[in-house]
Design a protein around this ligand. Structure first.
Ligand code: ZN
Length: 86
């Protein structure tokens, strides 16, 4: 089933404590910068894959099994978040 990046909202919030779908990310494939909610997301029984809407590079993978979830960010070279005090 193909959906938009908003389908990642709950997964990313559970994993990172933030809803990142409104954040912009840089695609490692084409260097394009876009809001994560615009990613093309495919949900299958095997897992979830989010691809860049511009070049189809795999941005995010999510696999769940055995009570654990693995979130991969193979195609995001950066994610924009609010300023963090360091
Ligand atoms: Zn891209």
């Amino acid at each position: 089933m193909q959906v938009d990046g908003n389908a990642l909202a709950g997964i990313l919030e559970d994993g990172f404590g933030l809803d990142l779908t409104g954040s912009r990310g840089r695609c490692a494939g084409c260097s394009g910068i876009a809001v994560l909610a615009t990613a093309v997301v495919v949900v299958t029984p095997m897992g979830t894959v989010a691809r860049c809407a511009a070049c189809e590079h795999v941005l995010i993978t999510v696999v769940t099994g055995g009570g654990r979830t693995w979130i991969g960010l193979p195609g995001l070279s950066a994610i924009e978040v609010s300023a963090i005090e360091v």
